[in-house]
Design a protein around this ligand. Structure first.
Ligand code: S3P
Length: 415
């Protein structure tokens, strides 16, 4: 249980942890490459540690020194292994494609939350390449068996970077060309990193093509995670002024800034630069009066992990907000349409659950209260922001889950 007191004003400069999506990929792709790579500012949260543990189980060598990792791939992967992906959907879904590509026999398991999440969405597209991936009634445990792979044309029903990446990782070992097309653009860190590591890959709108390739290890300097910075940016907007430093601004991830534009949040991107093939900047956010907004399906993938927080900002806005086309939220670490609505209600706000999103009646201020995390890191951190900005504060039950993506979150908040 964590008690959070309301704050009059929240101001400061913040160095935030490395990007979770980029860290997963830097570990996994270098673990399957020739040579050695150094990854700096890696996120050492629970999810990325799960990826380290699985890649080690497969034979990759990984030395961890704070947030610097040294990764050496192996030409001879262990097979017949059990891979424990913990709470991490990215670890499990990417590893299914990785194992299928490398001809590894593996059983992939996860915790209770991960074991309830859909895995057929990965198994089915991989079967088009000839992969032998078997789920347990659509979920984990997932079994991967070696099978010869051939290129294929794969069309995804949902925009999912995890599924797209799994197909691309398998496609690297398939004979011929693999094409994967998604309905909307999801995050493209895999494409960028594969290209930097020498893969034969090209992107044409919503279609990515990949041919059989060997990867060369490449150092990665991981920018701060915009999904983690989002909590500090939101506190700036609600309560004062924050500068979040070196934040990754990959255009497939900056949906929250477009939501900020609609909400009326005043922000500036300072010191724009390129870091490891990804654009970064320091984001200054200042207290702003917020207004209700509408968000629809095509805007959702670029802000998918920030939607609980955006919904919270809508609860502090003037007027009604409608977020639709976000059904994917029901399939995250918790059913985030339900858990976000319940969290906002517990804070004293009005958030009505719809089938694919929310209707939020903004009240400009919320009284506070006692909130559950549902063991979902994004819900816990969003609740902390809500309580700090509330009139009376309150408690968060089971707040430790923040360490999945943001170890040290509460310490930084209290600093
Ligand atoms: C991720 C993709 C997204 C996102 C998740 C990380 C990734 O999931 O929600 O937190 O690193 O590829 P989906 O692929 O299910 O949309």
């Amino acid at each position: 249980m964590k008690t959070i007191k309301p704050v009059e004003r929240f101001e400061g400069e913040f160095d935030l942890p490395g990007d979770k999506s980029i860290t997963h990929r830097a570990i996994m792709l270098n673990g399957g490459a020739e040579g050695e790579a150094v990854i700096t500012n890696a996120l050492m949260g629970g999810d990325c540690l799960s990826t380290c543990q699985c890649m080690r189980a497969l034979g990759a060598e990984i030395e961890i020194d704070g947030t610097t990792l040294r990764v050496r791939g192996t030409p001879h992967f262990r097979t017949g292994v059990n891979l424990n992906c913990g709470n991490s959907g990215t670890t499990m879904r990417l590893l299914i494609g990785f194992a299928a590509g490398k001809g590894i026999e593996a059983k992939l398991v996860g915790d209770e939350s991960l074991s309830s999440r859909p895995m057929e969405r990965v198994a089915l597209p991989l079967s088009h390449l000839g992969a032998d991936v078997r789920t347990s009634a659509g979920r984990a445990p997932v079994y991967v068996y070696p099978a010869p792979l051939h290129g294929a044309d794969v069309t995804l029903r949902v925009a999912s970077a995890q599924v797209k990446s799994a197909v691309l990782l398998a496609g690297l070992s398939a004979d011929g060309e693999t094409r994967v097309t998604e309905p909307q653009k999801s995050r493209d860190h895999t494409e960028r990193m594969l290209s930097a590591m020498g893969a034969d890959i090209s992107v044409d709108g919503l279609t990515v093509r990949v041919k059989k390739s060997r990867l060369k290890a490449a150092d990665v300097c991981v920018p701060a995670d915009i999904s983690s910075a989002a909590y500090f940016m939101a506190l700036g907007a609600l309560k004062g002024k924050t500068l979040s430093k070196n934040v990754g601004l990959n255009p497939t991830r900056t949906g929250i800034l477009r939501a900020f534009d609609k909400l009326g949040v005043k922000y500036t991107a300072l010191n724009r630069r390129l870091s490891g093939g990804e654009e970064t900047a320091d984001i200054l956010v200042e207290k702003s009066p917020l207004r209700g907004i509408a968000l629809t399906a095509e805007e959702i993938p670029a802000m998918i992990d920030e939607l609980p927080l955006i919904a919270l900002l809508c609860a502090f806005a003037d007027g009604e907000s409608r977020i639709s086309g976000a059904r994917e939220l029901r399939l995250k670490e918790s059913d985030r349409i339900r858990t976000t609505s319940e969290m906002i209600a517990a804070l004293g706000g009005i958030c009505i659950e719809t089938e694919d999103g929310f209707v939020i009646r903004g009240r400009k201020t919320l009284p506070g209260g006692n909130v559950e995390s549902y063991l979902d890191h994004r819900i816990a951190m969003t609740a902390a922001v809500g309580l700090m900005a509330s009139e009376r504060g309150g408690n968060i039950d089971k707040p430790e889950c923040c360490a999945i993506s943001f170890p040290g979150f509460f310490e930084l908040l209290e600093q």
